[in-house]
Design a protein around this ligand. Structure first.
Ligand code: FAD
Length: 396
């Protein structure tokens, strides 16, 4: 009998699993003993990490987008577009339904459909929505706003947690500071305010480093400000505690949630995310406990950090466990919470050095004290090229 692995979502995590399994099981696939099927509603893959750089022309849209057929092994059966858009998942029946009504059954299921911004979750946010978090088009709109801004107060507001890559708004704020200081040369005319929904910004040493840098660069940080509403007419933010912040230009990161199809399928918990065992990443939620169902990446439990680095390590752990189970060797490995947050404090210009650092940590082991360096800047810049031919292909 042919075993079948269905992978829902061919973003970062889903692509890595598909490519690792295709490599490992080339003989089984050739003999029809195993089928690997990947579904995605889009034909192109976007490296969302690049959204943060587009407003400063540090990458172009072409740098951060690729056709999926160039990224996923031809040994994998790929279904993209409407036929690949998942509309329902029934874990009891082991059945996935797609938008055109077709149903697929599986032996193993990998759910890796990412998460999405939910503008409607904050009253008035959609009336003044400038964000680099959602699409290439939106990030380019932020680029135009920043380019044409002569002065005033810019509020960079993170509405609530969790969001994908909580470090990205921090990085964006530093890059905006650098851009105004070294490129546009009007930093003195702009007040920069980061409006943050929690007290710390990341783990203790991360918080210490970025807080010091914000102070040095004259960036105001307002903490514990969970966004309740936006008044676009009076250009005013109100928090859940009733505090107010005024702005001239708002750049916002909306609340995020799991894909609607998974919410409608009854797979999410009361926080709106897919619950899973934090070590094995097997589904443990309102639909039951399912050892043959793996939850990967941004849609996973609220207390697993949502980063591409994390999604990558999760994909490697789950791929290995699928390999173990398909061979029946009785072995199991754990995801140990490996994750990270690449930070940039200064962007490079012809006369000023770039500075960055790729801070990494895992469950119970927060990052040690660190300092952004010129090498860190180059490594992070390089990563965006390595992403397509090494990371997504599951080669490291
Ligand atoms: C602005 C920004 C900056 C970031 N910067 C960094 C960074 O510097 N470093 C870092 O490590 N991480 C960063 N991240 C986070 C990183 O991009 C995500 O953590 C990572 O992409 C998660 O991978 P994933 O596979 O879970 O989801 P995704 O890569 O989002 O893939 C999900 C896939 O599922 C598909 N899908 C969704 N719904 C359906 C459906 N109904 N049917 C079929 N397919 C569906 C989507 O089309 C998509 O291809 C950033 C994110 C953003 C938004």
């Amino acid at each position: 009998m042919t075993e079948r692995v269905l992978i829902l979502g061919a973003g970062y995590a889903g692509s890595v699993v598909a490519n690792i399994l295709a490599r490992e099981f080339r003989n089984k696939i050739a003999k029809d003993e195993l089928e690997i099927v990947v579904f995605d509603k889009n034909k192109t893959s976007i490296n969302q990490g690049g959204f943060t750089f587009l407003p400063f022309d540090l990458y172009t849209p072409e740098d951060i987008i690729r056709p999926r057929k160039k990224l996923i092994s031809p040994r994998v059966k790929s279904i993209y577009g409407e036929g690949g858009e998942v509309s329902a998942v029934d874990l009891e029946k082991r059945e996935v339904t797609v938008k055109d009504g077709k149903k697929y059954r599986y032996t193993y299921l990998v759910i890796a459909m990412g998460c999405r911004a939910d503008m409607e979750a904050v009253a008035g946010l959609a009336d003044d929505l400038n964000t680099f978090y959602t699409s290439i088009e939106d990030a380019l709109k932020v680029r135009d706003l920043v380019k044409n801004m002569d002065g005033g107060k810019v509020a960079i507001s993170v509405a609530s947690m969790p969001i994908p890559c909580p470090g990205a708004p921090v990085k964006f704020t530093f890059m905006l500071d650098s851009y105004l200081r070294n490129v546009k040369k009007n930093r003195d005319d702009v007040q920069l305010t980061l409006v943050w929904p929690m007290e710390p910004i990341g783990p203790p040493e991360f918080n210490k480093m970025v807080s010091g840098q914000f102070e040095e660069k004259g960036v105001e940080v307002i903490r514990n400000f969970q966004l309740a509403s936006v008044d676009a007419t009076n250009k005013e933010l109100t928090s859940k505690n009733g505090e107010k912040v005024n702005y001239d230009l708002l750049i916002a990161v909306p609340p995020h949630k799991a894909p609607q199809a998974l919410i409608d399928s009854g797979l999410t918990d009361d926080k709106g995310w897919l619950p899973a065992d934090k070590a094995t990443l097997q589904y443990r939620g309102p639909a039951g406990n399912f050892d043959n169902v793996y939850v990967l990446g941004d849609l996973g439990p609220a207390d697993i950090l949502k980063t591409g680095i994390g999604a990558h390590y999760q994909a490697i752990a789950v791929s290995q466990n699928l390999i173990n189970r398909i061979y029946g060797n009785g072995m199991e490995i754990s995801y140990e919470g490996e994750t990270g947050c690449p930070i940039i404090t200064d962007t490079e210009t012809p006369t000023t050095p770039g500075k960055g650092y790729i801070a990494t940590w895992k469950y119970g082991v927060p990052p040690a004290a660190f300092k952004p360096t010129k090498l860190g800047w180059y490594l992070y810049r390089m990563y965006y090229h390595v992403h397509w031919d090494m990371s997504v292909k599951g080669l490291f």
